[in-house]
Design a protein around this ligand. Structure first.
Ligand code: ADP
Ligand code: MG
Length: 414
């Protein structure tokens, strides 16, 4: 594996304040500094931003970052500023375009963040030609693929832009892992196949389990009795969130609060803040909850409904046990979850339906399996797993055989 040069280690300590690289970060940084185009596949929270921010401070010129969300860009801007890195955005809400453009031309910017719509405009190419580009970083790179879960046509226009700067290396970043999407990203963005770097996806302290849902309230209350620490319960609808939060509070006597997009924004923000600060609270939420939350001591994540893909399941359960202490991921499934999935399938664009169907079937296979669940997850993300992990329900107990795959097949084909 590649090692980053000493100045990269020094920047890591002095500018970013971290004692060392995490996981594949060093490999990615080393490859980028050596001028190699790269696709980095790293789970959420693994530290993808650093892999372009650090090279941006060392390479002559500006790193152009394509990022799909203005809110994310402004978060990044704040943290870059805190580290003394020269960064700017060109978005509709920025008033200081003239100044940003002048700073870029003068070579004063380490990082320039833009949305894909902006990046694909001819004026933007002209701007870049008037300065020096050190690196193109494409965040959330799965958006370039129709196989991905969040296709954005503007991402397709990044390739012609980058091709106009053929000598500038490209770094694409994503947490999405299915193989077809990966292959599509490298092809669409013009990255050599050997430039793909995949992080370790294993979370050995998380104990995975899946059970048929008899009574979500009773089953989650039982889990709460074992796990007195903070927990997240995901429910599929706002109504179920409200209902479950109320019943769990009643049954367990613990502090349980709801979180969903239908709540008054002030209440929602308050519930989230209270959860983050708490050592024993449980939050019942739709999948709207969790983006950008950094709470290391979440002791369990329970699903009161089947997530829409293995990626979503991995990302949601991945919010448990970030401190490395034991944590539990419990998925409660029922036939109605697959009926709901089938209903959703009917609503998606026909071109994407097959991909969606495969994602649901992969979830059903994970649920149905009597073999190591961690092995299934890791294989999904392209890693070679140990034969058994000793820390999932199937490795610990006699497998509870279910007919979820059969069920999914029937329901999906009906
Ligand atoms: P991602 O984009 O992969 O989800 P981020 O880039 O947002 O992750 O980083 C997640 C968190 O990890 C941030 O709080 C960041 O400061 C922290 N982080 C990144 N690299 C390191 C490191 N080498 N050591 C410690 N913390 C790190
Ligand atoms: Mg990120």
């Amino acid at each position: 594996t590649l090692q980053a040069p000493p100045e990269a280690h020094e920047a890591l300590r002095c500018l970013f304040g971290f004692p060392g690289f995490r996981g594949v970060q060093e490999q990615v940084v080393a490859r980028v500094l050596a001028g190699g185009s790269t696709l980095a596949i790293m789970p959420t929270g693994a530290g993808k931003s650093l892999t372009y921010q650090l090279p941006a401070t060392l390479l002559p010129g500006t790193c152009v970052v394509i990022s799909p969300l203005i809110a994310l860009m402004h978060d990044q801007l704040r943290s870059a500023a805190a580290n003394g890195i020269a960064a700017a955005t060109l978005t509709s809400v920025d008033a200081d375009w003239r100044e940003t453009i002048n700073r870029f031309r003068a070579g004063e910017l380490d990082l320039l963040y833009v949305a894909p719509e902006r990046a694909s405009q001819p004026q933007f190419r002209e701007l870049l030609e008037a300065g020096r580009v050190a690196l193109f970083a494409v965040d959330e790179a799965h958006c370039v693929s129709e196989w991905g879960h969040d296709f954005r046509p503007d991402y397709r226009l990044l390739r012609p832009l980058m091709d106009a700067f053929a000598a500038v290396p490209r770094l694409a970043l994503t947490a999405t892992a299915d193989h077809r999407t990966r292959a599509d990203i490298v092809q669409q963005l013009g990255i050599p196949a050997e430039g793909m770097i995949v992080a370790g996806f294993d979370r050995p302290n998380i104990r995975y389990a899946a059970r048929h849902r008899d009574s979500a309230v009773r089953q989650i209350a039982a889990l709460m009795a074992e796990q007195p620490g903070p927990g997240i319960v995901y429910a599929p609808t706002r109504k179920k969130v409200e209902d479950l939060a109320q019943k769990l509070a009643q049954t367990t006597g613990r502090k349980v609060l709801p979180y969903h997009a239908g709540l008054d924004p002030a209440v929602r923000a308050d519930n989230q803040a209270r959860f983050v600060a708490s050592e024993d609270m449980v939050i019942v939420a739709t999948i709207a909850f969790g983006m950008g939350i950094d709470k290391p001591d979440v002791r369990f994540v329970a699903h009161a409904g089947v997530p829409k893909s293995i990626e979503a399941y991995y990302q949601e359960t991945g919010r448990a046990g970030r401190d490395g202490d034991p944590a539990t991921a419990l998925m409660l499934w029922a036939a109605e979850d697959f009926a709901r999935a089938r209903h959703r399938l009917g609503e998606v664009d026909p071109a994407r339906r097959e991909g969606e169907r495969q994602r649901i079937e992969a979830m059903a296979a994970l649920i149905e399996s009597g073999t190591c669940r961690r092995a299934i997850l890791l294989r999904h993300f392209g890693e070679d797993p140990p034969a058994t992990c000793g820390n999932c329900d199937n490795c610990l107990d006699a497998p509870a055989l279910t007919d979820a795959t059969e069920l999914a097949r029937k329901l999906l084909s009906a």
